[in-house]
Design a protein around this ligand. Structure first.
Ligand code: NDP
Length: 484
C-alpha cells in the first residue's frame, strides 16, 4: 500500500484561502491502475469561478501590478525550489492520478516543470517595449504590459506540466491566473497551489477551481472579467471554447489534438527509427497530443522496420505504474479504454492488418491496453484520420519523398511530425514541406523550455514555451509624446 500525500482535496484555492465550493458538491478522482477512489474533490461551479476571477482581478490591480519584475522572478524561482524539494510527492500524486509510470512522472513531467518554471523565472526583467523612429516631432514608444486575468484550462495527460506551461509565463509577464484543471487528474494542481502559498505568492495571484468543464470551465471562458483563455485539450472542445469566448472577444491560445506523421525513409538508421517509433506512439500510453500515431514508411524498408518495432514491443512492460520497470501504465479511464478499443475494431473492420496488441493484457484491475500496431493502413481509414489518443500505431507505406509529404500533410491536424533519414538535404526539404508546428529530425518527442510548441491547422494557434509564449500573455501599448 502506498501512502497518498496529503492534499487539500475538498477545497478550492481562491484569494489565497482554502474555501469550500458554494454548492457543497464533490466528485471523485480515481486511480486508473486500481480503479479505486483516491480522493473526493470540490466541485466548483460558475459562482466559485466568479469568486476566483474577482480575487484574481483584485490581485492584478493591487499588489501584483506594483511588484517589481525582479520580485516576480524570485517568487517563480522559489516555487521551483519548493517543487524540487517535494518532487517525490508530486511524482507519486501524478502517477496515482494519471497512471503514468513513476519513473516518467519524476524524470520527465516534474523535471520539465522545474525547467519551465526556472526558464520563465529568468524572463520578467527582459520584458520590454521599444522606442520608435517616428516621423515628425514626437517621441513614440511601446510598453509591453500584462493582459490581466488569465483563465488556464488544462487536460489530463500531463496534468501539472501543461498547467505550468501556462501558469509560469502568465505570472512571469505579470498576469494573475484562475486555473481549472482536468477533472480526471486535479491532484497536482491543488498541491501546486499549496507550494505557491508557501512560497509567498500574494493572495489571488493564482487561484485553483476544480470542477466540470461544462460548468466551471465554461464559466471561466464566458466570464467578462477574464482577459485571456489558455487552453489545452481536444480540438472539439477548443472549437466550443472559441465560440464561447467570442462573446467577450477574449484572447485565446489553443493547444489541441494531433495525428502526427512519423516518416521513415529507406536510408534511415532503422534501429534508431524503430526506437523513435515506439517512443513516439507508446510513450505515456499514446495519450500524447503529438504522438507519432501515423508511421509512414518507405516501401522498401516497410517490413524490416515493422519487424524491429515488434521486437522492441516484446520487451515493453505494461503494468503497475508504481513499478520503476514499467514502460506503460493504464489508460486514463474506462470510457477512454473503450474508445480506444472501438478504434481497434474499426481498423480491423476497414481491412487493416493487426500486427500486434489490440487487447487488454488481462490484469485483474485497471484500464490497461497492450501496445497495438496495424499495417496495411489506407490513409482513408478512421485509424489513419482520427486522433485515437492511445497506444495504437497505424503503419502506412509510401513511395518517395513527395508521396511521404503528401500523406504526412493529409490531415486536419498539424501539431508535429518527424523525419528519419541520413540525407541532410532531404531532411531539411521534408521538414520545410510538412505543415506542422514542430518537426523532429532523427528523433521524437524532444522538448525544451526554450523551444516554442504549438499547432498548425486544427491543432490550434498560439505557441507555448520559449520567449514566444510571453507574447501571448502580454499586449503592446503605444505612447505618443508631442515634442513640437
Ligand atoms: P478535453 O478537451 O476533454 O478537456 C480539457 C480541459 O477542458 C479539461 O479541464 C476539461 O474539463 C475542460 N473542458 C471541457 N469542456 C469544456 C468547456 N465546454 N469549456 C471549458 N472547458 C472545458 O481534453 P482532454 O482532457 O480529454 O485531453 C486530451 C486532449 O488534449 C487530446 O485531444 C490531446 O490531443 C489534447 N492535448 C493537446 C496538447 C497540445 O499541446 N496541443 C497537449 C496535450 C493534450 P473536464 O476535465 O472537467 O472535462
Amino acid at each position: 500500500m502506498v501512502s497518498i500525500p496529503a492534499i487539500r482535496s475538498k477545497q478550492l484555492f481562491i484569494g489565497g484561502q482554502w474555501v469550500d465550493p458554494l454548492s457543497g458538491k464533490s466528485f471523485a478522482t480515481v486511480n486508473p491502475a486500481t480503479e479505486e477512489t483516491i480522493a473526493e474533490l470540490a466541485s466548483g461551479d460558475a459562482h466559485d469561478i466568479d469568486r476566483a476571477v474577482t480575487a484574481a482581478r483584485k490581485a492584478f490591480e493591487g499588489p501584483w501590478s506594483k511588484m517589481a519584475a525582479s520580485e516576480r522572478s524570485k517568487l517563480l524561482w522559489k516555487i521551483a525550489d519548493l517543487l524540487e524539494k517535494k518532487i517525490d510527492e508530486f511524482a507519486l500524486l501524478e502517477t496515482l492520478d494519471a497512471g503514468k509510470p513513476i519513473s516518467e512522472s519524476k524524470a520527465v513531467d516534474m523535471a520539465e516543470c522545474l525547467s519551465v518554471l526556472r526558464f520563465y523565472a529568468g524572463l520578467p526583467q527582459t520584458i520590454s517595449g521599444s522606442t520608435l523612429p517616428s516621423q515628425g516631432p514626437a517621441f513614440v514608444y511601446t510598453l509591453r504590459e500584462p493582459l490581466g486575468v488569465v483563465g488556464a484550462i488544462t487536460p489530463w495527460n500531463f496534468p501539472l506540466l501543461l498547467s505550468i506551461w501556462k501558469i509560469a509565463p502568465a505570472l512571469a509577464a505579470g498576469n494573475t491566473v484562475v486555473h481549472k484543471p482536468a477533472s480526471l487528474t486535479p491532484l497536482t494542481a491543488l498541491k501546486f497551489a499549496e507550494i505557491c502559498q508557501e512560497a509567498g505568492l500574494p493572495e489571488g495571484v493564482l487561484n485553483v477551481v476544480t470542477g466540470p468543464g461544462s460548468t466551471a470551465g465554461q464559466a471561466l471562458v464566458t466570464h467578462p472579467g477574464v482577459d485571456k483563455i489558455a487552453f489545452t485539450g481536444e480540438t472539439s472542445t477548443g472549437k466550443s471554447i472559441a465560440r464561447d469566448a467570442a462573446e467577450t472577444l477574449k484572447k485565446l491560445s489553443l493547444e489541441l489534438g494531433g495525428k502526427s506523421p512519423n516518416i521513415v525513409f529507406a536510408d534511415a538508421d532503422l534501429d534508431a527509427a524503430a526506437r523513435g517509433a515506439v517512443n513516439g506512439i507508446f510513450y505515456n500510453a499514446g495519450e500524447v497530443c503529438c504522438a507519432g500515431s501515423r508511421l509512414l514508411v518507405e516501401e522498401s524498408v516497410h517490413d524490416a522496420l515493422l519487424e524491429k518495432i515488434q521486437g522492441r514491443l516484446k520487451k515493453f512492460t505494461v503494468g503497475d505504474p508504481l513499478d520503476p520497470k514499467t514502460r506503460m501504465g493504464p489508460l486514463i479511464s474506462k470510457d477512454h479504454l473503450e474508445k480506444v478499443e472501438g478504434y481497434v475494431r474499426s481498423g480491423t473492420q476497414e481491412g487493416a492488418k493487426l500486427v500486434c496488441g489490440g487487447a487488454r493484457p488481462g490484469l485483474p484491475k485497471g484500464w490497461f491496453f497492450t501496445p497495438t500496431m496495424f499495417s496495411g493502413v489506407a490513409p482513408t481509414m478512421k485509424i489513419a484520420r482520427e486522433e485515437i489518443f492511445g497506444p495504437v500505431l497505424a503503419a502506412i507505406p509510401f513511395k518517395d519523398g513527395p508521396d511521404a509529404v503528401a500523406k504526412g500533410n493529409d490531415t486536419i491536424y498539424g501539431l508535429s511530425a518527424a523525419v528519419w533519414t541520413r540525407d541532410v538535404k532531404k531532411a531539411h526539404q521534408v521538414a520545410r514541406a510538412l505543415r506542422a508546428g514542430t518537426v523532429w529530425v532523427n528523433t521524437y518527442n524532444m522538448f525544451d523550455a526554450t523551444a516554442p510548441f504549438g499547432g498548425y491547422k486544427q491543432s490550434g494557434f498560439g505557441r507555448e514555451l520559449g520567449r514566444e509564449a510571453l507574447d501571448l500573455y502580454t499586449q503592446l501599448k503605444t505612447v505618443w509624446v508631442d515634442l513640437s
